[in-house]
Design a protein around this ligand. Structure first.
Ligand SMILES: Nc1ncnc2c1ncn2[C@@H]1O[C@H](COP(=O)(O)OP(=O)(O)OP(=O)(O)O)[C@@H](O)[C@H]1O
Length: 263
């Protein structure tokens, strides 16, 4: 892969151990009377510093997989190894506390972990600067746009300092232009902070714009049906011919999968 941006570090460094190793993972909900098999035999390795996008039909188990990697739930079978690292999780809804200022929202996880006030404040300032919201530190969430609220949520998730970021359709509720700007932002932050990202999206173009690799899951129960290497250079544009071509290829494969399962 050729890297043309000076902002983005080379992605071809060889690394020893994976950041996330998912081996033969299955997940079923309910009991015998009403059992839903959400995932079946998922194996996936994400290398440190890799940006992997997960796409698949609605209900195929993408969110379930992220919650298992985050340790919020346990797999029914198989193993998930994050090398002892607690992965940070970000959702489509920013989930900010409306009564707290932007800065206090970012400080919240640090407060819960007993970080002292001065350190919290300093760290929140640095993180708000990272997401270009320092001037809004004293505002309340309702005074911000949807895109700004998601930036606050991003700053808050970065406050955990985890090198592994799990993102569940983080930009799904935003308009196309705001999403486009946030694609640049997340790419910059990922690169600067050397993060490993597992990113769930319904938007195949978004996956082709952001990912080093796209992993396509089958309809329920979710299984890995195909992986697509994204081998064109960064920075990228969502409307570039390369992104469009790969998105079309992934969409065709996804359609085939949905048609085969009738959902
Ligand atoms: N706690 C639960 N109890 C029972 N069934 C569940 C539970 N969580 C998820 N499921 C079921 O597991 C399947 C996978 O759900 P999941 O939310 O992971 O899919 P998804 O791919 O993220 O969906 P979407 O793309 O629509 O967000 C669905 O059929 C869902 O109804």
């Amino acid at each position: 892969m050729t890297v043309t941006s000076t902002q983005v570090r080379p992605r071809d460094e060889k690394v020893a151990s994976p950041a996330v190793h998912i081996a033969g993972v299955g997940k079923a909900f309910g009991n015998r009377a009403g059992r839903v098999v959400a995932l079946d035999g998922i194996s996936l390795t994400v290398q440190p510093g890799e940006f992997v996008c997960l796409v698949g039909a609605s209900g195929c188990g993408k969110s379930t997989l992220l919650s298992l990697v985050a340790g919020l739930d346990k797999p029914t079978s198989g193993t998930i190894d994050t090398g002892g690292v607690a992965a940070a999780l970000m959702f489509q809804e920013p989930g900010l506390m409306p009564w707290l200022t932007v800065s206090a929202n970012v400080e919240l996880p640090m407060r819960l972990h007993g970080v002292g006030r001065d350190e919290r404040r300093a760290r929140a300032r640095e993180l708000l600067e990272t997401v270009h919201l320092l001037d809004f530190a004293g505002k309340r969430p309702h005074e911000l746009s949807g895109g700004m609220r998601q930036r606050v949520a991003l700053a808050r998730v970065l406050a955990s300092n985890s090198p592994v970021l799990l993102m569940d359709e983080p930009f799904g509720a935003l308009d196309a232009m705001t999403r486009d700007v946030l694609h640049d932002e997340i790419e910059r932050i990922w690169s600067e902070r050397n993060l490993t990202v597992l990113f769930v999206t319904h938007n195949v173009r978004e996956a082709a714009r952001l990912g080093d690799r796209i992993v396509l899951l089958s309809s329920r129960p979710g299984r890995v049906v195909e992986e697509f290497a994204v081998d064109y250079s960064r920075p990228r544009r969502i409307d570039s011919p390369e992104v469009s071509q790969l998105a079309a290829k992934v969409t065709d494969r996804l359609r085939e999968e949905v048609r085969r399962h009738g959902r």
